[in-house]
Design a protein around this ligand. Structure first.
Ligand code: NAD
Ligand code: UDX
Length: 465
């Protein structure tokens, strides 16, 4: 019976996924460890390091009872029966495969640490998203350090939670996926993890397969989801040029039960730490396998996303009489989607950087992203804007009303509920803006006819004026 679980990596995945294990299995002691002291301090404080609806309740209910956050990685490894490796696997910035391949350095460091300090047998679970066959490298490192008293078994258990809905996704997942070596030892290790999840997940939702299928399924699922968004976004360009309405097209297609209605919302472009990274990872894998047509096919999903972000930005500049110089543009939403404070790969970053280069004054408001994060994102290498430009062109506001006051245009970048028609007083906003007052809805959350009645000029993604 599993009594002690450790999770290496207290990020967006390790934190919530293992907090939910502690919440659902009071007999299991769960210790989530990280090298980042500030992050662990935040997990141990009243203000958790990440915002996720419902997460505070879960952590506060179990912290100090069977849920612990610590920087003592070695002790947690020594104590654990099961170890989740949930460290970051970002796109490599330099060296071989730069800009495409996943950086596996964090995975390897964590694996070597397990191999070095373990004094008893462990089941090591690959929770991070990794290229197909990474488990083989982990296994080789672990096996090189095993002896007659200590053995390591490796499982793949990719995470499918989406940010903003992580807690519900973890409590009621569509499926839990476990991959193992198809050997008696592999099956025995797999059973231990099944027993943990079976505490709250119906057995038929726990699916099992071989390690390599499991690893590839994670990349495949993200590629397929992102591909749907790029497909509807490609159609949104046709809609804008023809008078078709992308919401109506999505509805018409989505009611076909073979297509289904989800993930067909046109937008300013997908963001988040996973989609782009995982597709590029798949592209790199295809190239390595000498499958150039396959690589080109998936690459196009990312290319289309870049095109969508630029297309929307160009539409803003074109509509504002081909110049935004010195104009105030209120940008509502900076997170990559609603209900998260995460800004990784957010479309808002591309948009802001472009508007700064066009000398606009951008007033940003996001309910969950603070000024420090926004400044950091806009001054990252590669974004195209420096500190002086950011100081000069960006104002971070405390409310949507403050951002919109005196603005020439309002741009919806994130679909936060508080920007919807019944939440914000658009009459008041109109009165406070320059005239003509423009609205650019990059998320299809506003009622354009009603806004036009107020006096706004409205431009919506996937709709012609
Ligand atoms: P993250 O950057 O938020 O967290 C990773 C944490 O691991 C960091 O806090 C880092 O300090 C820590 N870490 C790195 N090396 C370590 C080591 N050797 N010892 C201890 N701690 C170490 O990343 P994340 O968003 O939680 O993603 C983790 C993995 O899960 C990635 O592979 C990602 O692709 C995958 N994933 C992410 C999501 C998501 O929504 N964010 C969803 C599914 C899967
Ligand atoms: C994604 C996957 O959904 C999840 O299963 C995986 O574990 C991690 O990657 P996440 O990136 O957190 O999750 O959020 P998701 O809801 O998938 O949204 C990703 C991006 O696509 C966001 O920018 C979102 O706004 C955008 N999106 C989503 C659309 O533009 N249209 C849609 O119809 C859906």
């Amino acid at each position: 019976m599993v009594k002690n679980v450790c999770c290496i990596g207290a990020g967006y995945v390790g934190g919530p996924s293992c907090a939910v294990i502690a919440y659902m299995c009071h007999d299991i002691k769960v210790t989530i460890v990280d090298l980042n002291q500030a992050r662990i301090d935040a997990w141990n404080s009243d203000k958790l390091p990440i915002y996720e609806p419902g997460l505070d309740e879960i952590v506060f209910a179990r912290r100090g009872k069977n849920l612990f956050f610590s920087t003592n990685v070695d002790q947690a490894i020594i104590d654990a029966d099961l170890i989740f490796v949930s460290v970051n696997t970002p796109t490599k910035k330099t060296g071989m495969g730069a800009g495409m391949a996943a950086d596996l350095a964090y995975i390897e460091t964590a694996t070597r640490r397990i191999a070095q300090v373990a004094t008893t047998s462990k089941v090591v679970i690959e929770k991070s998203t990794v290229p197909c066959r990474t488990a083989q490298s982990m296994r080789t490192i672990l096996e090189a350090n095993s002896n007659k008293d200590i053995r390591f078994d490796i499982l793949s258990n990719p995470e499918f939670l989406a940010e903003g809905t992580a807690v519900t996704d973890l409590m009621k997942p569509d499926r839990v996926l476990i991959g193992c070596l198809q050997t008696p030892d592999g099956f025995a290790a797999q059973q231990k993890l099944i027993d943990v999840y079976s505490n709250w997940i119906p057995r038929e939702r726990i699916i099992t397969m071989n390690l390599w299928s499991s690893e590839l399924s994670k990349l495949a699922a993200n590629a397929l989801l992102a591909q749907r968004i790029s497909s509807i976004n490609a159609l949104s360009a046709i809609c804008e040029a023809t008078g078709a309405d992308v919401d109506e097209v999505a509805y018409a297609c989505g009611t076909d039960s073979r297509i289904g209605p989800k993930f067909l919302k046109a937008s300013v472009g997908f963001g988040g730490s996973c989609f782009q990274k995982d597709i590029l990872n798949l592209v790199y894998l295809s190239e390595q396998l000498h499958l150039p047509e396959v690589a080109a096919y998936w690459k196009m999903v990312v290319t289309m996303n870049e095109y969508q972000k630029m297309r929307f930005t160009h539409r803003i500049v074109r509509t504002l009489f081909n110049t935004v110089t010195h104009k105030r543009i209120a940008l509502l939403g900076f997170a990559f989607k609603k209900d998260t404070g995460d800004t990784r790969e957010s479309a808002a970053i591309t948009l802001c950087s472009y508007l700064i280069q066009e000398h606009a004054r951008v007033a940003i408001y996001d309910p969950k992203v603070d000024a420090k994060q926004i400044r950091m994102d806009l001054t990252e290498p590669g974004v195209g804007t420096n500190e002086a430009e950011v100081d000069k062109h960006i104002t971070i506001c405390k409310s949507a009303y403050e951002a919109c006051a005196g603005a020439d245009a309002l741009v919806i970048c994130t679909e936060w509920d508080e920007f919807k028609m019944d939440q914000l007083d658009y009459q008041k906003i109109f009165a406070s803006m320059q005239k003509p007052a423009f609205i650019f809805d990059g998320r299809l959350i506003l009622d354009a006819p009603k806004l036009r009645d107020i006096g706004f000029r409205v431009e919506t993604i996937g709709k012609s004026v």
